[in-house]
Design a protein around this ligand. Structure first.
Ligand SMILES: C[S@@+](CC[C@H](N)C(=O)[O-])C[C@H]1O[C@@H](n2cnc3c(N)ncnc32)[C@H](O)[C@@H]1O
Length: 195
């Protein structure tokens, strides 16, 4: 059966990107793809770039997979795994050109904050796996989580906050569409790996 969901033969070894995509090209990772609107949009608008969408929920991954196959996209693959594990254990060092982390679950209650994806260890893994000059793009509707993320990225010391990329309306993620319709503010950051 044809699928864009990549299942590594060994879940303990770093991925070989040429095997994942069966072609060469820069790599970008969409963390927590959800319904996949952003992933599908960016993959179509940058056909020379390879995009990996990570989504831990099987039903969501399967729905995006169907859309990828329908569109016949050769430059998108999905992986069904916890994003912290992906970046910490499976992504090779200095191999990613950009991460897209849009609307990570905010876990608003204080006692749940430790479940948040963005923690110091995850930020260190983002840095190690980015190529120098590569970027982390973040968006959230949760002001306090955004402030925490900004502190983590600055506190790491290896990132430079940079101007946001301007993207067209079609680039909006599914969550962004909902929040924008509700008129809620969205906080965004872009951090480039320095050296
Ligand atoms: C709030 S949604 C945002 C989806 C999409 N990025 C958007 O903006 O529309 C977060 C998504 O990330 C997935 N997710 C959350 N934590 C994850 C993790 N640690 N590893 C992999 N996927 C995760 C959830 O299943 C969900 O689909």
């Amino acid at each position: 059966v044809q699928t864009s969901i990549y299942t590594p033969s060994d879940w303990l070894k770093p991925l070989d990107w040429r095997k994942v995509f069966a072609r060469s090209g820069p790599i970008e990772v969409d963390v927590g793809s959800g319904k996949g609107s952003f992933l599908l949009w960016i993959a179509q608008s940058k056909p020379a770039t390879n995009f990996l969408g990570v989504e831990r929920l099987p039903t969501r991954a399967r729905k995006i997979d169907k859309k990828i196959l329908k569109l016949g996209l050769e430059n998108v693959r999905l992986i069904r795994v916890e994003a912290g594990y992906l970046v910490g254990k499976l992504v090779p060092d200095e191999s990613v050109r950009a991460y897209h982390i849009y609307f990570p679950d905010p876990w608003p209650k204080r006692r749940h904050h430790r479940r948040r994806l963005l923690q110091a260890g995850f930020v260190a893994d983002l840095h190690r796996t980015l190529q120098p000059g590569g970027a982390v793009n973040v968006a959230t509707d949760h002001e306090e989580y955004f402030e925490q993320i900004a502190r983590l990225m600055t506190g790491h010391g290896g990132f430079v906050p940079t101007e946001l990329e301007t993207l067209p309306a079609e680039a909006k993620t599914d969550f962004e569409r909902e929040f924008a319709t509700a008129g809620r503010p969205i906080y965004r950051g872009r951090y480039v790996r320095a050296g």
